[in-house]
Every structure is written in structure tokens, then in C-alpha cells.
Design a protein around this ligand. Structure first.
Ligand SMILES: NC(=O)c1ccc[n+]([C@@H]2O[C@H](COP(=O)([O-])OP(=O)(O)OC[C@H]3O[C@@H](n4cnc5c(N)ncnc54)[C@H](O)[C@@H]3O)[C@@H](O)[C@H]2O)c1
Length: 344
């Protein structure tokens, strides 16, 4: 076997173990160092995964010449600066969602990685759901005809204690938004990936149930560039949390799936559904952020390793990763101004 790809992790909070597990469980990877500004958190992760080194200053960690890839697992509003610093230190970057929380920062991150000739891989593990992959293939081969309606229902439950558990949660400065920018971004990425880019949006965003600055509930009306229309409903305040659900209707039939598998796959003229024959794994996370499946991170870390070794783009590039954030920013603008907002 060739050389191992060596990783460092910045941010040792809730999502970091998903990265650490994926790295230590991959025989082509090695976890060299972890970093958190809170020393205890860095030490805990270091000990749990037997990592040789820990840091409290990520810029010090970036000076190591035995790290190939840096995982960014810090609050969302820090992703941009840390990615740019890592790229300038000639490290490849594997960035948690969302890419960042402003359009300008995302542009600069992508540029910094390109200029330094390093890969920028991104975590949107839902694109690896079998249901999503089968739906994408069917839409690409035109199985349901022209798409007319495409909806994403993203109804999560996050308690006030969740928001109070870390100072950055539910803030404009570091979370960049609420139900859409933090949780809903997964499903928004998926509907864009499946159906295509959005031309314009009209939205309402409200803070109805939680003591936070950002929205806990939002509805957006979408017009896709391919002519279809649809809605996004996103919340973190409904109890019980619902499986996230995607409903895509074409002229010739419909596909509906949720976190617990396919609900409908039927073409005009059929009396029953014919579901693709694939093994479904529940993605989790709608009621508890610590319950997300490990599988997505394993596959994406493995893809990142291959991307570095084969000198190719990772499966989810920065350019495609940013689209969900650009759409969410347009939704916020529409809610703020009361106007339909057109995307570039
Ligand atoms: N892919 C997913 O399903 C998923 C799930 C949860 C979180 N996330 C994303 O992961 C990121 C982190 O979320 P979390 O829930 O783990 O947050 P968290 O608050 O639990 O962890 C963030 C960690 O970053 C550390 N940190 C802050 N500033 C730092 C700095 N300057 N240098 C080093 N460390 C620093 C904090 O001390 C904290 O330990 C967010 O962007 C979030 O959107 C993704």
C-alpha cells in the first residue's frame, strides 16, 4: 500500500468524533494532531483516539509538515478564515457544513484553495443517502419527465438547552442563521443537487419558539431555473422532530423519500410503487445532533483520501457546496425585504 494521508482536526466538539472515527477507521489514513482553543477538549479527543499531538492554537498545528489534510470542525463562521489559513499553509481542507456563512468568504476560500493547489472537500453526508443517489440517477435519465414541483420538508427539534450549550449556536455572527443555515442546509443542498439551481425565492423567516437571534422557522417558495417550483419548510422547533422529507413530482410520476426510506416511486399508469432495490441506512440527526450516522463521514473521508492521492476533485467541491448557502442567504434577504430575490 502507498503512503498514508495524514490528518489534523481543528475543533474538538460535537462533530469532531465523526471525523476522528472516519480517519482512524480508514487504513489509508492517520490522525496526527487535534486542536481546540479549550485545552481540555483537545486533550480529551487526543486521548480517546490515541492521537500523537494536540494544540490550542490552530496556526501552530498548521506549521507541522506531516499533516496533509485539515478537517475544519469549528463554528460555521470560522470555516472561511481557517480554510484560507490552511490552504496558505499548503494543507488540503475537509470542511464541515456550511462552507461558511457569507458569500464573499466562500469565494475567497475557494480561491485560496485553487491558488495553493490544494483540494477543498466538503461534508454534506446526505448526498450519500442511497435514496438520494437513486433519485438523482432517475431524474438524470428522465424517468419522471420534466420536473414540475420539488419540495423539501426539514422539520427538526432542537431545545433551548441545545442553543445554550455553546455560545455560537443561534447567533448571526457564528452560526450565520438558524433552522436553515445550520440544520436545513443539508436538505437544501440535497434538493439543489437533485433538481438543479434556483432562479428566485420568496420567503418568510421567523423566530417563534426559541430565545435566539436567528430564525427557528422558515418557509420559502422556490422557482428553479428548469421551470419547476417548490417549497422549503425548515424549523428546529417542532416536537416531535419529523424525518426530513423530499417530494419531487415530474410530468410522468413522483418520487418521495425521507430519512426512513422511499415513500413513493411511481410512474404515470402504474398502480403501485416500484422502489429501487437498495439497502437503506437511516441518516439520523433530526431530533438529536449526536445521533447522525457515521457512514457518511466514513465515505467522504475515504473519497477525500482518494482525491488527494489521485489528484482529482473531491466528490463534493466548494463550488457545489456553496450553492446551499447562497440560496439560504437569498432566502434571508427575501424575508428581510419582503421581496422576491433573484440568484446570480
Ligand atoms: N455534518 C453534520 O451533520 C454536522 C453535525 C453537527 C455539526 N456540524 C458542523 O460542524 C461545525 C461544528 O459544530 P459542533 O456542533 O461540533 O460545534 P461545537 O461547539 O460542539 O464544537 C466546536 C468546537 O470548536 C472549538 N473552537 C472554537 N474556536 C476555535 C478556534 N479558534 N480554534 C480551535 N477550536 C476552536 C470549540 O471550543 C468547540 O470545541 C459547525 O459548522 C456545524 O455546522 C455538522
Amino acid at each position: 500500500m502507498g503512503r498514508k494521508i495524514r490528518f489534523g482536526i481543528i475543533g474538538c466538539g460535537v462533530i469532531a468524533p465523526s471525523h476522528a472515527n472516519a480517519i482512524v477507521g480508514n487504513d489509508r489514513a492517520e490522525l496526527v494532531a487535534v486542536c481546540d482553543i479549550v485545552e481540555e477538549k483537545a486533550k480529551d479527543l487526543q486521548q480517546k483516539y490515541n492521537v500523537p499531538h494536540y494544540y490550542t492554537d490552530y496556526k501552530e498545528m498548521l506549521k507541522r509538515d506531516d499533516i496533509d489534510v485539515v478537517c475544519i470542525c469549528t463554528p460555521s463562521g470560522m470555516h472561511g478564515d481557517m480554510t484560507i489559513d490552511a490552504a496558505n499553509a499548503e494543507k488540503h481542507v475537509f470542511c464541515e457544513k456550511p462552507l461558511d456563512i457569507t458569500s464573499d468568504k466562500m469565494t475567497r476560500m475557494i480561491e485560496a484553495c485553487r491558488e495553493n493547489n490544494v483540494k477543498l472537500g466538503c461534508v454534506f453526508q446526505r448526498r450519500l443517502m442511497k435514496e438520494a443517489i437513486e433519485t438523482k440517477k432517475a431524474l438524470e435519465r428522465g424517468e419522471f419527465g420534466k420536473i414540475i414541483l420539488a419540495d423539501a420538508y426539514l422539520k427538526y427539534y432542537r431545545s433551548q438547552e441545545y442553543y445554550d450549550s455553546a455560545g455560537w449556536r443561534g447567533t448571526w455572527e457564528l452560526d450565520g442563521g438558524g433552522a436553515l443555515m445550520n440544520q436545513g442546509v443539508h436538505g437544501i443542498d440535497l434538493i439543489l443537487w437533485l433538481v438543479g439551481d434556483v432562479e428566485s425565492v420568496f420567503a418568510k423567516c421567523e423566530t417563534l419558539a426559541r430565545d435566539i437571534d436567528v430564525e427557528d422557522t422558515a418557509v420559502a417558495l422556490l422557482k428553479f431555473k428548469n421551470g419547476a417550483i417548490g417549497v422549503i419548510e425548515g424549523t428546529t422547533s417542532v416536537y416531535p422532530a419529523q424525518d426530513t422529507r423530499f417530494e419531487i413530482h415530474g410530468e410522468n410520476g413522483s418520487v418521495i423519500f425521507s430519512d426512513s426510506g422511499f415513500k413513493q416511486w411511481r410512474r404515470v399508469g402504474d398502480d403501485t410503487d416500484t422502489f429501487p432495490d437498495v439497502q437503506i441506512e437511516k441518516v439520523g440527526g433530526s431530533d438529536d445532533p449526536t445521533s447522525i450516522s457515521q457512514l457518511g463521514h466514513n465515505l467522504l473521508i475515504d473519497d477525500m483520501i482518494s482525491a488527494v492521492l489521485e489528484d482529482r476533485d473531491p466528490m463534493i467541491t466548494g463550488e457545489s457546496f456553496r450553492k446551499a448557502v447562497d440560496l439560504i442567504l437569498a432566502i434571508y434577504e427575501s424575508a428581510r425585504t419582503g421581496k422576491e430575490v433573484f440568484l446570480k
